[in-house]
Design a protein around this ligand. Structure first.
Ligand code: ADP
Length: 258
C-alpha cells in the first residue's frame, strides 16, 4: 500500500526532520492554512525548530499569511538544492515563493512538483515540519502520504453537520495511509459577545461526534475572531503579533498534542 523507503521517506533535505505533521481539511475555506501557520509559530514559541511546507500549489496561501523579507526560494549553487525562506525563525516553503503564483497544471505534474519541493529543500535540523495540505482527499494528498511518513495528522473542520461527511473521508484516508489522526481542530466554533455570552453560530456537537465515532483522541475548538483573519491577511500570524490573544490558547493546546 505504501511503498515507502525503510527510512520512512526521511531522505535528502528531510533527513534531519523529526516530526512531520499533516494539517488537512476536506473542504476549502474552513481555516486549514490559518491553523497550520499559527500551529507552526506556536510550536516555535514552545522552543521547537519548525518549518512550514505549503503543499497547495493551486492556491498557495503561505506567501499572504507570512511575509518574510526574502520572498523567493534560493538555489544553493553547491548542492543545487533549494533553501527555504524564513520569517521569525520558522522556515517557509511554498510554490507561491517560486515566482509562479498559483499553478495551472494537471494532477500528476503537481504531485511531482510537490514531491520535489518537499524532499529536496534544505530543511536542515527541524523538530517539526508542518505540511499545509491542499483541500480534499485526492491524488495529491495520497502522493504526499506515500512520499514521507507523517507522524500525525490534524483535521481542520467547522461545526456544521455538512462538514461531517467530508471529515470522515479525510480520517479514512489517513487511516488507510497509516497516519494517526492526533486531533480534530474545530475552527469557527464560537464567539464571545460583549456581555460574556458564548454564541455558536454554526451549531455544536459535530466535533464531539467525530471524536466518538472515529476514536480521535483530541478535539480542539477555535473561536471566530476578526483579528485572526486580519493577522493572516497582514502577513504576521496572530500568535506572533498577539501571543496573549484568545486563539493563542487553543493553539497551545493543539501544539501540546502534536
Ligand atoms: P483554508 O486553508 O481552509 O482554505 P484559510 O485558513 O485560508 O482556509 O481561511 C479562510 C478565511 O477565513 C481566511 O480569510 C481566514 O483569515 C479566515 N479565518 C479562518 N479561521 C478564522 C477564524 N477562526 N476567525 C476568523 N476568520 C478566520
Amino acid at each position: 500500500q505504501r511503498p515507502l523507503a525503510p527510512d520512512d521517506g526521511r531522505v535528502g533535505g528531510l533527513k534531519d526532520v523529526t516530526h512531520i505533521i499533516a494539517v488537512s481539511s476536506c473542504k476549502g475555506g474552513v481555516g486549514k492554512s490559518t491553523v497550520a501557520v499559527n500551529l507552526a509559530y506556536t510550536l516555535a514559541q514552545m522552543g521547537a525548530k519548525v518549518g512550514i511546507f505549503d503543499a497547495d500549489v493551486y492556491g498557495p496561501s503561505l506567501p499572504t499569511m507570512v511575509s518574510p523579507e526574502v520572498r523567493v526560494l534560493i538555489m544553493d549553487p553547491e548542492t543545487r538544492t533549494i533553501n527555504p525562506t524564513e520569517y521569525e525563525g520558522v522556515k517557509l516553503m511554498s510554490f507561491g515563493f517560486a515566482g509562479q503564483g498559483s499553478a495551472i497544471m494537471r494532477g500528476p505534474m503537481v504531485s511531482g512538483v510537490i514531491q520535489q519541493l518537499l524532499t529536496s529543500a534544505n530543511w536542515g535540523k527541524l523538530d517539526y515540519l508542518v505540511v499545509d495540505f491542499p483541500p480534499g482527499t485526492g491524488d495529491i494528498q495520497l502522493t504526499l502520504c506515500q512520499t514521507v511518513q507523517f507522524s500525525a495528522a490534524v483535521i481542520v473542520t467547522t461545526p456544521q453537520k455538512l462538514a461531517f461527511v467530508d471529515v470522515a473521508k479525510g480520517i479514512r484516508m489517513f487511516a488507510r495511509m497509516a497516519v494517526p489522526c492526533a486531533a480534530v481542530a474545530e475552527n469557527m466554533s464560537f464567539f464571545d459577545g460583549d456581555d460574556g455570552t458564548r454564541y455558536h453560530p454554526f451549531g455544536t456537537g459535530s466535533g464531539d461526534r467525530i471524536k466518538a465515532d472515529f476514536g480521535i483522541p483530541h478535539l480542539v475548538h477555535f473561536p471566530i475572531l476578526p483579528e485572526l483573519s486580519a493577522a493572516g491577511d497582514g502577513g504576521r500570524p496572530l500568535v506572533v503579533s498577539d501571543p496573549a490573544s484568545v486563539p493563542a490558547e487553543s493553539f497551545m493546546e493543539l501544539g501540546a498534542i502534536v
